[in-house]
Design a binder for this molecule. Structure first.
Ligand SMILES: [Zn+2]
Length: 258
């Protein structure tokens, strides 16, 4: 599924205790993990993540105390068993602020056998307030017993799903920003009025990719301004803002040299 499908599913359906996120690339999997985390801590009952509650805002800024990402130790080929045991201890503790504590395990397929067995113990009796998200490029490396206890989310590589029209709009918008061409920005932004919610989501993804591709052409300050703007745009898309609202925001945030 695409990230937008996952967002929709989280917004309408129930949340699982454990997910395996696979498919697409590392960056997309990490974004999916963060999306699940936001949905898990959001205070809204429906339409999560709402994008505006205290927990959503903290999650968005990467400072939510109840969301952690466990990474492999530097120079270690695998997650080790100690790290998974420590995770188990932390997961047992009640969250600080949100209803749930979220534990994202990056490169979860790189757990050695001992670590996987420790993880399995957590998944067999997950604390009711805990959500685990295992990001995995090769989920077949995980034990069948681990896999069977997780809801698997298979992401579609984004290259395959972005339409030419959206790529063109993203390229036009980024190009105009690079040239500091406010008129060009205004024209590109007009295209957003026609976009559906899913297309808006894809457009922000396309913009991010285009911004990264051309980041060498920007002064650090302008690059930061663009990236910050796209972070906010992401949040607006998650909060179900329409294309014309998103376009208005992009225009206001990117026009002028400031
Ligand atoms: Zn929220």
């Amino acid at each position: 599924m695409e990230l937008s499908d996952l967002a929709q599913r989280l917004g309408s359906g129930r949340l699982f205790h454990a997910y395996i996120v696979t498919g697409a690339d590392t960056e997309t999997r990490e974004r999916a993990g963060k999306l699940i985390a936001r949905a898990a801590v959001c205070q809204a009952e429906r339409g999560v993540p709402c994008g505006i509650c205290r927990d959503c805002v903290k999650a968005e800024r990467g400072i939510h105390p109840d969301i952690e990402t466990v990474r492999r130790e530097k120079d270690a080929a695998f997650h080790n068993v100690e790290s998974m045991r420590a995770l188990r201890t932390r997961a047992a503790v009640m969250p600080n602020e949100a209803r749930r504590g979220v534990h994202i395990i990056a490169e979860a397929d790189l757990m050695n056998a001992q670590a996987q067995n420790a993880m399995l113990k957590v998944l067999e009796e997950p604390p009711s307030h805990a959500v685990f998200v295992l990001l995995a490029d090769n989920p077949e490396m995980l034990l069948e017993t681990v896999r069977s206890r997780c809801e698997t989310v298979v992401l579609t590589p984004e290259e395959a799903v972005l339409e030419d029209k959206l790529l063109e709009t993203a390229a036009a918008l980024t190009g105009a920003y690079l040239r500091e061409d406010d008129l060009g920005l205004t024209r590109a932004v007009r295209e957003l009025e026609k976009l559906s919610k899913t297309e808006c989501f894809d457009l922000v993804t396309a913009l991010r990719r285009e911004a990264l591709r051309r980041s060498g052409e920007m002064e650090p300050e302008r690059r930061k301004r663009l990236m910050d703007t796209l972070d906010t745009a992401d949040k607006m898309v998650f909060a179900n803002m329409k294309g014309n609202v998103l376009g208005g925001y992009l225009l206001a945030a990117l026009c002028g040299t400031e």
